[in-house]
Design a protein around this ligand. Structure first.
Ligand code: GSH
Length: 303
């Protein structure tokens, strides 16, 4: 009998006629773009006090190459050197009404042999009818989702696995937490979801206002980087990871599709070398696909 890990089970091809588009009855965005509730919000802890102890081989990350929120988790996993500690697989790039699925393009689900990510949600909460989002952090021991709440996933990978991880890389140092939290909130609103709000603006006024907010924020970040290599100083933190996933998609996706900024990322004096600087790190480079070769040039500050 093949075990689930040997089975290469795949979903049938994307079919919008049969299954509709993902979202109906699932995606609820509040008018103010407050974050929807991501219902699985357990935490992994080094001492196990949360019920989910950090252990090698216990947890699996389901990600999507196309999703910037999942991308953060894959970057942090690699920055911390957790490739042999927390396993990783990718769902297909496209979805229909069934949500994220496993197909040949990105490979099978190596843990459970699921064909649809919905099965992971359903195994955790029978009859689950909410968002089927990535990233998902799965626990092999209980056979349930620990978390689909992206900010917690990166922080737990960054902080709770130091027994096996590159403890010298501290992405969330105590002394910088207030500053990182402030930056993260700002970046989430004005950049990460700012670009999405421009795309989905329903009036021209709204579009213009949001577009200017994104551009003004990029300009402020550019100024900040004139003074220092990373957002909080001379070491990478969680805030850099949060910003980078949107910068990496800015010219080729968001700005090309929705004309947010007259200046491309490559026109920003400090943001562009900063983005390239991070891309030279394998944790960023090897978790990213589709960037033009202009990103390959190593960047000194100010160049
Ligand atoms: N947007 C979420 C992060 C997760 C997310 O949006 N993931 C997307 C893919 S990039 C997804 O799977 N969305 C499906 C859903 O939320 O129903 C947040 O702001 O917290």
């Amino acid at each position: 009998m093949p075990t689930p890990t040997q089975t290469r089970a795949y979903a049938s091809p994307v079919d919008h006629t049969a299954y509709g588009h993902y979202g109906t009855g699932r995606l609820h965005l509040s008018p103010g773009w407050n974050r929807p509730i991501y219902p699985f919000q357990a935490r992994i802890t080094a001492d196990g006090s949360s019920g989910f102890r950090a252990e090698p081989g216990r947890y699996h990350l389901y990600a999507a190459w196309v999703c910037p929120f999942a991308h953060r988790a894959t970057i942090v996993r690699k920055l911390k050197g957790l490739e042999d500690v927390v396993s990783l697989s990718y769902v297909d790039d496209e979805r229909d009404g069934r949500g994220w699925a496993f197909r040949e393009r990105r490979g099978p689900d190596p843990v459970n042999g699921f064909t649809l990510l919905e099965q992971a949600y359903d195994a955790t909460e029978k009859g689950y009818g909410g968002h089927i989002s990535v990233p998902v952090l799965w626990d092999r021991q209980t056979g349930t989702i620990v978390s689909n709440n992206f900010p917690d996933i990166t922080l737990d990978l960054a902080k709770q696995f130091d027994q096996w991880a590159g403890a010298s890389v501290d992405l969330y140092p105590d002394a910088l937490r207030p500053e990182i939290n402030k930056l993260n909130a700002w970046i989430y609103h004005d950049v990460n979801t700012g670009v999405l709000r421009v795309a989905r603006a329903t009036t021209e006024d709204d579009r213009e206002r949001t577009r200017h907010q994104v551009v003004a924020t990029l300009e402020r970040l550019d100024e900040r980087l004139a003074e220092q290599r990373f957002l909080t100083g001379d070491t990478i933190t969680e805030a850099d990871v949060r910003l980078w996933v949107t910068l990496a998609r800015f010219d080729t996706e968001y700005n090309r599709g929705h004309l947010i900024s007259e200046r491309e990322l490559t026109d920003f004096e400090y943001l562009w070398p900063y983005a390239r600087d991070l891309y030279q790190d394998p944790a960023f480079r090897e978790t990213t696909q589709g960037l033009p070769t202009t990103w390959d040039a190593p960047a000194g500050r100010g160049r």
